[in-house]
Design a protein around this ligand. Sequence first.
Ligand code: SAM
Length: 275
Amino acid sequence: MAALDGLPPLSDVIRRHGLDARKALGQNFILDLNLTQKVARNAGPLEDATVFEVGPGPGGLTRAILALGAKKVIAVERDPRCLPALAEVSAHYPGRLEVIEGDALTTDFEALAPEGPVKIIANLPYNVGTQLLVNWLLPKQWPPFWQSLTLMFQKEVGLRIVADEEDDHYGRLGVLCGWRANAHMAFDIPPQAFTPPPKVTSTVVHLTPNENPIPCSVANLEKVTQAAFGQRRKMLRQSLKPIGGEKLLEKAGIDPQRRAETLSVEEFCRLANSL
Ligand code: SAM
C-alpha cells in the first residue's frame, strides 16, 4: 500500500522489526493507511490538538494522526518490540511524537494532559478497551481533560456504549456513557481490515463529554446499576432489595414493578441520589 507520508509501507515495517501479532496483547493491526486516516478524521480538526493514543503498535493510526496535522501525539504502548518502529515515525515528525512504554490502564492521562485541546484516538486492545473507556469517563475533574474520544471497539461493545433504555444492549456501560457523554457509532470495520483478522466486526465510536451531567455520586450510580442490571429480567423491587428495594424506589418515585432496562439515565441518577 502506497504510504501517505513517505515512510515505508506498514507491512515492511512489521517484517523488518519482527512484529508478529500477539493475541495476549490484543494485537490486530490495520495496515491500510487510508483506513487509519478515515478513523483519525472522525476526531475532527487535529491541528491545535494534542492526541493521546493507546497502543500505537507498528504506527498505522499514529502516522495517520500525524499526517492529518496533529500538533502532538503522546502514545502509550505496552509492547517494547514496537518502540524501534515508532522511533522511525518520531524521527520523521521531529518533536511531534512522544512514545511512553507502559500500561495504559495504569497511566495517569489526566496528569499528562497539557494546556489546550486533548483528543483521544485509539484502536484499542480488546481486553482492556472497556476499562480504559470507564477510566476516561471517571477522571478526577469534570468536564474532563479530553475534548473527544474516537475509539475502536468490538461492535458488540460499541452497541453497549450507545444503547438507550429499551435497547437489548442497554446496561451499566450505557448508563455511564449516557450520563457523562454523547456517544454515537461512526462506522464499522470488517475483520478482513486487520492483520490478523479478529473473529468479530469492529466499530468506531465517537464520544464528546456531556458538560453538565445530572449531579450524582459515581459510587451510588454504580451501586444502583450493578444491583439493577445484575438481575435485569427481575422487577426492580426484587433486584434492588439488597440496597433498599421498595423504599428506595418510592423515594425516587419509580414504579417497583419496572425492570432495569426500562429506566432512563435520569431515573438511574434519581435512584442513586435517593440512596
Ligand atoms: N494502533 C495499531 C493499529 O491500529 O494497527 C495497533 C492496535 S492493536 C488493536 C492494540 C495495541 O495496543 C497493540 O499494539 C498492543 O501491543 C497495545 N496494548 C495492548 N495492551 C496495552 C496496554 N495495556 N497498554 C498500552 N498498550 C497496550
